[in-house]
Write a protein that binds this ligand. Structure first.
Ligand SMILES: *Cc1c(COP(=O)(O)O)cnc(C)c1O
Length: 216
C-alpha cells in the first residue's frame, strides 16, 4: 500500500459517513521506519506524522523539519514524567495522557512556557492489565482534573483496542465516552481498521505500516 491508497480509502469512508472530504486527520506513524521511507511520504506532501518515543523523535525529526519546514508531530506512545519537558516542547499533540501524575507534570512544564500541545486522554477500553490508558472508572476524574482544574487543552479521547478482539466494540465505546464528555476529536483506527474507526466517528487515525510498509 501507499499514502495515495490510504488517502483514497479515507476519502471513500468520509463520503460514506457523510463527512467532509479531507476532514479526517491522517497521522502517518513513522516509528522505526527508515528515513528514506519517511522522505518519500514527505515528498508526496504529507505533513502530519506520529511517533512512539520522545528520544527517537528528537534524534530524527529536527533535521527533517529543517529540510521540509513545519511538520505536525503527534506523540502516540506512553509518556514518562521525566520526558514531559521535552515532549511538551517538541510535539504539537500528545495522545497518551493517562494518569494524574502526568497531568500535574504537564501542567507544571507548560506553566513555565505558556504553551501546551493539544492533548488526548488515552483510555484502556479493554481493561487490559499492562496496557497504557486510564481505566474506564477513572476517566471522568482524570478528565475533570486536566480540563477543568488545570485548564489543559484536552481535545479528545484515544484508544488502542486489544489485539485479539474485534476493534469495533472499542471504537463505539470510545465514541460514546467522547460524546458524554463533550469532546470533539477521537483518536482511533490503525492500518487494519481505520475504515471502521472512521465509521464510528474517528477524527484522527494513526496509520503506520499501510503507508510505510512493515516495520523491521
Ligand atoms: C504503531 C502504532 C500505530 C500504527 O500501527 P499500524 O498498525 O502500523 O498502522 C498506531 N497507534 C499507536 C499507538 C501505535 O503504537
Amino acid at each position: 500500500m501507499s499514502l495515495e491508497d490510504i488517502l483514497s480509502r479515507v476519502e471513500v469512508a468520509e463520503i460514506e459517513t457523510g463527512r467532509k472530504k479531507g476532514s479526517v486527520n491522517i497521522i502517518a506513524v513513522s516509528k522505526v521506519q527508515p528515513v528514506e521511507r519517511i522522505k518519500r511520504v514527505l515528498n508526496q506532501g504529507h505533513r502530519v506524522f506520529g511517533e512512539n518515543r520522545v528520544k527517537e523523535s528528537l534524534a530524527k525529526w529536527p533535521v527533517l523539519i529543517e529540510e521540509y519546514g513545519e511538520i505536525e508531530l503527534h506523540l502516540l506512545g506512553p509518556l514518562q514524567t521525566n520526558k514531559v519537558k521535552e515532549a511538551t516542547q517538541f510535539f504539537n499533540v500528545i495522545h497518551s495522557v493517562d494518569r494524574k501524575k502526568l497531568v500535574l507534570k504537564i501542567d507544571s512544564e507548560v506553566q513555565k512556557r505558556g504553551i501546551c500541545p493539544a492533548l488526548f486522554i488515552q483510555v484502556n477500553t479493554g481493561n487490559e492489565l499492562q496496557k497504557a490508558g486510564v481505566a474506564l472508572e477513572h476517566l471522568e476524574d482524570l478528565f475533570k482534573l486536566a480540563k477543568e482544574e488545570y485548564s489543559l487543552p484536552v481535545i479528545g479521547l484515544m484508544c488502542l483496542p486489544p489485539v485479539n478482539e474485534p476493534p469495533l466494540t472499542h471504537f463505539k465505546k470510545l465514541s460514546s465516552l467522547n460524546e458524554h464528555l463533550g469532546l470533539s476529536r477521537i483518536s482511533m483506527g490503525m492500518s487494519n481498521d481505520f475504515e471502521d474507526a472512521i465509521k464510528s466517528g474517528a477524527t484522527d487515525i494513526r496509520v503506520g505500516s499501510a503507508i510505510f510498509g512493515s516495520r523491521s
